[in-house]
Design a protein around this ligand. Sequence first.
Ligand code: CAA
Length: 256
Amino acid sequence: MALIQKSLEEGILTLTIQRPEALNALNRQVIDALSAAVEAAQNNGEVRVIIITGSGDKAFVAGADIKEFADFDQAQGEELARRGQRELFDRVERSSKPVVAAINGFALGGGLELAMAAHVRVAANNARMGLPEVSLGVIPGYGGTQRLAQIVGKGKAMEMVLTGGMIDAEAALACGLINQVVDQELLLETAHALAAKMAKNAPTALAAALDSVLAGYGREGFEVEVTRFGQCFTTDDFKEGTTAFLEKRKPNFPGS
Ligand code: CAA
C-alpha cells in the first residue's frame, strides 16, 4: 500500500495518508512521500486545489511518530523539527494552490500542525484536535506554537498548548480553528465542494491571494520553536513523557 494515495478529479487532487495501524502518524517516510506529492502537484497544470486527509475513520493524523524520536538527542530533535517544517509544513503552507485539510478523526500534535499549515480546514463531527506535546515533555515542533496563535488568537492558543488538551469539532468551529463541521460520511464530499468553489477561480489569482495573505505573518517564531523543541530532548521530563507513552501509562514528571 502506498503511503500516500492520490486521486485527481475535476482539478482537485486528494492526498490520503495511509498508515492506519499507527493512526497515520508522521514518520520520516510519510513526511517524504507527502512532501513529494505536494511538490509534484505544484508543477501539475491539471491540479487546481489539493485536499489532504487521513485513511480510516479514526484519525486524520495522531502526530509525529513518537516511536521514531523517543531516543533522539538535542541535535536530532532540532533537525527533526527543522527538516519537517522545511520539507512538509512550510511547503504545504507556501503551496501556490489552495490546500484544504479534511479532518476525519484525531488531529493531534503534528497532525493538527499539518491541518493548520493547510489554508482551510473541514472536520468530521468525530474529530478531536489538540497539541498534546507538553504531556510528552516536549513542545509542538512543526509550527504549532505559531500557526495555532495565528488562527485562534494568543489566549486560546496558550490554553491549548499549555493544557495539551483536546477539543471537539464544535469547540474547534467556535474558536475558528476549523471552517466547517459535518457528519463524518459527508466529510470528503464537503471538502470537495469547498475545493470546487476555489478551483473555478483563476489559478494565478489564487496563488497571488495565498502569497498576500501569508505575507502578513512573521517567521521569527518558527526558529525559536525549533530551538526550544530541540532543547526539550535533553530533559528527564522528555525521557519520562515518551517512555510513559510507549509503556501506555501516565507520566510522572521529575521537572528537570
Ligand atoms: N506516534 C506513534 N505511534 C502512535 C502515535 C504517534 N503519535 N499515535 C498513535 N500511535 C500508535 C499507538 O502506539 C498504537 O500502536 P500499537 O497498536 O502498536 O500499540 C496505535 O497507534 C493505536 O493507538 P492507541 O492504541 O493509542 O489508540 P487509542 O484509541 O487508545 O488512542 C490516541 C488514540 C488518543 C490518538 C492516542 O494514540 C495518542 O494519544 N496518540 C499520541 C498523540 C500525541 O501525543 N501526538 C503528538 C505527538 S508529538 C508531535 O507531534 C511532536 C511535533 O509536533 C513534532
